[in-house]
Design a protein around this ligand. Sequence first.
Ligand code: MF3
Ligand code: CO
Ligand code: CO
Length: 291
Amino acid sequence: MMKKSEVVIDKGGTGKPVPIPDPAESFPAMRRAGHLAALTLDYITPFVRPGVSTGALDRLIDTFIRDHGGIPATLGYRGYPKSCCISVNHVVNHGIPSDDKILRPGDILNIDVTVILDGWYGDTSRMFYVGDPGKVPVKGRRLVEVTFEAMWAGIHAVRPGATLGDVGCAIQRVAERNRFAVVREFVGHGIGREFHQPPEVRHFGRAGEGLVLQPGMIFTIEPMINAGGAAVKVLKDGWTAVTRDRSLSAQFEHTVGVTEEGVEIFTLSPAGYEKPPYPADPPPAAGEGRG
Ligand code: MF3
Ligand code: CO
Ligand code: CO
């Protein structure tokens, strides 16, 4: 590990300076922040049930984060009004929790939690099924599985000397070989003492292109994959992004750091809740196969 913080210019990408804080300080802090973000998703899992509102889930999440010494990073961020993002079915990301949005059996949704703990940001999201997983459309379940696989393909491409193009290419390949589409308008991001900072982490690209990864770099990988076309639009609330064709969309997100050996994931689930269905969910009805 290098001795002190430095900066490299993302010549192959945005051209902006990419901060590399001293890993001796940043990695322990990011482990703590990432752990709290992941613990928050574990905590909310059994509450994700038919009949609950996304507004109620947001209040539980806000209280849990504060009870553990953290601050919900999204609340007041660029005017965003809530303590997490909850994006249901054709909502791509940045869904605003609301008491009027009631979860129904067969919905798929993403809950995205970012915490600030001791000045460091941990950012992670997972998909959930509402009610009996057998009630989720087969295409929705397949989309969730493929999006999870795509995120991991991106994470496994991370190592010193690899490029962000390698990461994006790995994600895009998994999505497109399954005839799904990668959203272009939203990207992963550098993170640390700030919520969003360079580099921009695209979920598509060409192997060998873009920023060369170095130990100490910290960023998110958070692909959004659509069952239909890639096009999205933002609703009049200024936040909620939806698929233009109203097809289902899925996303998973981890915060990772580049190590000498490869990659460290800061936001792994302490409970082992990686992807749905989770143990708290009812089992699929007999005869319900996977898509
Ligand atoms: N957590 C989201 C991300 O992964 C960002 C949400 S910003 C908000 O980057 F303002 F919409 F909450
Ligand atoms: Co993020
Ligand atoms: Co996030």
